[in-house]
Design a protein around this ligand. Structure first.
Ligand SMILES: [Zn+2]
Length: 202
């Protein structure tokens, strides 16, 4: 007797695209237009002082249905400042984002991923969640586009949180890499969700 095989190839997988350090006048706008072209939702971990400078981009992110997370006010790293200074940076950034969108971020991503149990507990006490990533595209290291693409293709799996950056000085290849990766990942049956959606079990 033949057993019917269960089709596994069509199972939906989920991932979250994340963008740190923005908003940036040129590159965030480019990233938003690539995301919009494919109807894909992402999460932006923004820097408070950049949000202050480009509130219209924060508004555009929010109104397009993307999630906005907190990435400190001036990209301070734990270690160069202490936990309470980090918390001040986080609160200041929350206020800025709240003022622009009317919604307070739930997620916090520490610059360079530097956190500690003390900081995580303090963040948690503010009803926030610390979020790192599972796939680093290394776009920040000026990796060429094909290397960024290959890194994602090699490492992506169901539940991945993929780290990109809104901008890399002086020139960023991230929007172009994204234009290659999104259709590829769609063809692999990935569904693009925000980090909060990814972390929600259903
Ligand atoms: Zn950063």
């Amino acid at each position: 007797m033949m057993l019917a095989s269960v089709p596994t190839g069509n199972a939906k997988k989920r991932l979250a695209l994340t963008f740190d350090d923005g908003p940036h006048k040129k590159y965030t706008a480019e990233i938003l237009s690539v995301l919009d072209k494919y109807g894909v939702k992402a999460t932006f971990f923004v820097i408070g002082q950049n949000a202050e400078q480009y509130p219209e981009l924060i508004k555009a992110e929010y109104e397009s249905g993307h999630e906005i997370g907190n990435h400190t006010y001036s990209h301070k790293r734990l270690g160069s400042v202490n936990c309470s200074a980090m918390l001040e940076e986080i609160k200041k950034t929350d206020d800025i984002i709240c003022k622009i969108t009317g919604e307070c971020p739930i997620l916090f991503r520490p610059p360079e991923g530097r956190t500690s149990s003390e900081l995580e507990a303090a963040v948690f006490a503010e009803s926030k969640k610390t979020v790192l990533w599972t796939v680093d595209t290394r776009d920040w290291a000026h990796n060429p586009i094909d290397r960024i693409v290959k890194t994602v293709k090699t490492n992506v799996k169901n539940g991945s949180i993929i780290l990109f950056h809104d901008y890399i000085t002086p020139n960023s290849d991230t929007p172009e890499a994204l234009g290659i990766l999104i259709p590829y990942l769609m063809a692999q049956n990935y569904e693009f969700v925000t980090v909060s959606e990814l972390l929600t079990n259903y």
